[in-house]
Design a protein around this ligand. Structure first.
Ligand SMILES: NC(=O)C1=CN([C@@H]2O[C@H](COP(=O)(O)OP(=O)(O)OC[C@H]3O[C@@H](n4cnc5c(N)ncnc54)[C@H](OP(=O)(O)O)[C@@H]3O)[C@@H](O)[C@H]2O)C=CC1
Ligand SMILES: CC(=O)N[C@@H](CCC(=O)OP(=O)(O)O)C(=O)O
Length: 343
């Protein structure tokens, strides 16, 4: 069977990446490609890498244009995404890359997003304990944020096994600038970004904080509290997250490694690297893979976990396609058999 897919936000970074992956997916046919200010333009003029789709014309993002598809991917700013999602029928699977339906807590949503909570959908991170079963047959899927994907996968086994303490976790992560989307922003001009690194969202205010705590609390079975500091790196794609957590008394590195192997050995896309080998964004760029490595810092009594992912692939579009595959009952890896682009 071939599934008919619509992609809204097709002029943006996330929508473009969804289309790049779907162009190589054997079970789908691409239907409507929709946008906002660029409706009416050729897709190829905005996404020149999408060569086989270059002559498609972008249409307005309306419920009418998105009707009649088996699956609709939404890659729009949050708010706009929730609005159009509410108009789509249950006959269509909706996979939303925006944040609108990620958080279960209405108060956390209101605090970090400042608008009315729309409710939570099944969360598209199958490698987190319990999530894969919720995605099978799902009609609505909330795609995780790119930092949450990279960070939660890095910390979940340590927390789930009780080998680190849930209330002393510090995360510093660097991201490429595509994480901020295509719209012009002064702090992302090349003169500001090239040749330097800078923090942003400092002091526990980044909106991914409650999302990371939500997923990790489920993994740990107890409330998890984090301190998260994002930084901007002079690269277009990629996230490198360094997470450290206070070790539970007596924890050894061998025990930690066992916990990671147990959770990830059977996973196609999540990898604890061989000892001595460390993650780098270049290993994963353009792929749906997440790589990680850990060490015990005996001096500080902390576990140190470094994880890497491509914010646009596993961090958005690849994770979204993986979740679609699960929802449709396809092999989870279909269309995602891509390795990192390096050097
Ligand atoms: N970039 C990333 O790494 C990640 C992004 N996401 C999420 O994915 C979504 C898209 O992000 P990204 O692709 O980076 O953003 P971009 O700014 O690159 O693209 C935004 C897209 O949304 C369209 N759009 C803008 N405003 C509206 C509106 N009011 N109504 C309908 N469509 C609109 C734009 O159309 P046009 O250009 O025609 O105006 C464009 O196609 C966001 O919710 C983002 O948070 C999630 C994880 C990671
Ligand atoms: C560089 C940069 O600005 N990155 C974005 C990451 C966006 C993302 O993952 O997406 P959601 O907005 O869908 O949660 C940020 O920090 O907000």
């Amino acid at each position: 069977m071939t599934y008919k897919i619509a992609v809204s936000g097709a002029s943006g970074y996330a929508g473009g990446e969804v289309l790049r992956l779907l162009a190589g997916h054997p079970e789908v046919e691409i239907g409507a490609v929709t946008a906002h200010s660029s409706a009416g333009e050729r897709l190829g003029s905005l996404q020149p890498q999408l060569i086989p789709l270059a002559d498609r014309v972008l249409t307005e993002t309306t419920a009418e244009n998105l009707a009649g598809h088996d699956v609709v991917f939404l890659a729009l700013p949050h708010g706009a995404s929730g609005e159009i999602a509410a108009q789509l029928g249950e006959d269509t699977i909706v996979i939303d890359a925006a944040a609108d339906h990620r958080l279960e807590s209405a108060s956390a949503w209101e605090q970090f997003y400042g608008s009315a909570h729309q409710g939570a959908w099944p969360y598209g991170l199958p490698e987190l304990p319990g999530q894969r079963a919720r995605l099978a047959g799902a009609r609505r899927i909330a795609v995780p944020g790119c930092y949450p994907t990279t960070i939660m996968l890095g910390l979940a086994p340590a927390l789930g096994s009780g080998l680190v303490q849930p209330d002393d976790i510090v995360i510093v992560a660097a991201t490429g600038t595509s994480g901020a989307g295509k719209a012009l922003k002064p702090h992302l001009l090349s003169a500001e970004v090239i040749g330097g690194m800078s923090p942003y969202g400092v002091g526990g205010v980044h909106r991914h904080t409650p999302e990371i705590e939500q997923g990790l609390s489920t993994a740990a079975g107890v409330p998890v509290q984090i301190s998260f500091t994002p930084t901007l790196a002079p690269m277009s794609r990629g996230i490198l997250a360094t997470s450290t957590a206070k070790l539970a008394p007596g924890t050894t590195e061998a025990q930690l490694r066992d916990a990671y192997r147990q959770q990830y050995d059977a996973e196609a896309f999540v990898h604890l690297l061989p000892e001595g080998q460390w993650p780098s964004t270049k290993q994963v760029i353009g792929s749906n893979h997440v790589t990680m490595q850990l060490a015990v810092d005996a001096h500080a009594g902390r576990a140190v976990i470094v994880s890497a992912a491509d914010n646009l692939t596993k961090g958005t579009a690849g994770g979204a396609v993986q979740s679609m595959n699960i929802a449709l009952g396809l092999d989870e890896t279909t269309g995602l058999n891509l390795l990192g682009v390096t050097p």
